[in-house]
Design a protein around this ligand. Structure first.
Ligand code: PEP
Length: 254
């Protein structure tokens, strides 16, 4: 069976009081659900709170970004060692908002990926094309370039311990979801890219879809053969939505 996963990306949302309500609600809603790995990527100041509320539960937690540097004069940055101290299991690398707003290029994303893995934190590697790139018919080229930048730096075997999230930029936070067929096409392309080199690795690679996933479209998206769950932005801030989306992911035979 290939691991199925649903992760919430809270982006820059939250408050101590609101987070507690949300996490308590998610824990209650997911009690007894063990067929899917669920987790939340929270803003740095709330990692401690996530640890306090979630440790010992089946819900994992992590950050939305991390420095590629180990330590030093990098004001405002957070290292993998710091995330490790807090027991983070996962970290997003290369989210499109980091790439577009903060200028993170493929090489930087690859460095962050390597730093996270070295510290024992599973990188969730985000890739995806902009609307302009889709319209130019270069989706596959873009996704391939983003993935191979990491493979070139980390080696193919590094993909055994990561999760890939395909997130078409035009579908993030816009309410426009890729159709299940559009998403499946890119997921199959990603798996195929690695299957040529290592069939077993490719079969076992968890590939999430992200981009306006909601309770109302999750079942259809997650039922596609190469979609192994989702990375959820807006809808992860709503208890009922997030719990329903988590429950929509079912294990897939490989
Ligand atoms: C995201 O932030 O990764 C995301 C997919 O956001 P949304 O679900 O809001 O489109």
């Amino acid at each position: 069976m290939r691991a199925q996963m649903v992760l919430g990306n809270w982006k820059m949302h939250g408050s101590l009081v609101g987070n507690k309500t949300l996490l308590d609600g998610v824990l209650a809603g997911l009690a007894g659900v063990d067929s899917v790995h669920c987790g939340v990527c929270v803003p740095f100041p709330y990692l401690f709170q996530a640890q306090f509320i979630l440790q010992g539960s089946q819900v994992i937690w992590g950050a939305q970004n991390v420095s590629q540097h180990e330590k030093g004069a990098f004001t405002g940055e957070v290292s993998v060692g710091m995330l490790n101290d807090l027991g983070c299991n996962i970290v997003l690398v290369g989210h499109s908002e980091r790439r577009a707003i903060y200028g993170e290029d493929d090489a930087t994303v690859a460095e962050k990926f390597v730093a996270a893995q070295k510290a024992g934190i599973k990188p969730i590697l985000c890739v995806g094309e902009t609307l302009e790139e889709r319209e130019k018919n270069i989706t596959a080229d873009v996704v391939k370039r983003q993935l191979l930048a990491v493979v070139d730096k980390a080696g193919l075997d590094a993909l055994k311990d990561c999760v890939v999230a395909y997130e078409p930029v035009w579908a993030i936070g816009t309410g426009k979801t890729a159709t299940p067929q559009q998403a499946q096409e890119v997921h199959a392309f990603i798996r195929g890219l690695f299957a040529e080199k290592n069939a077993e690795l490719a079969e076992n690679l968890t590939i999430l879809y992200g981009g306006s996933v909601k309770a109302s479209n999750a079942v259809e998206l997650f039922s596609m053969p190469d979609i192994d769950g989702g990375l959820i932005g807006g809808a992860s801030l709503d208890i009922n939505e997030f719990v329903s989306i988590c429950k929509a992911a079912q294990p897939k035979a490989v």
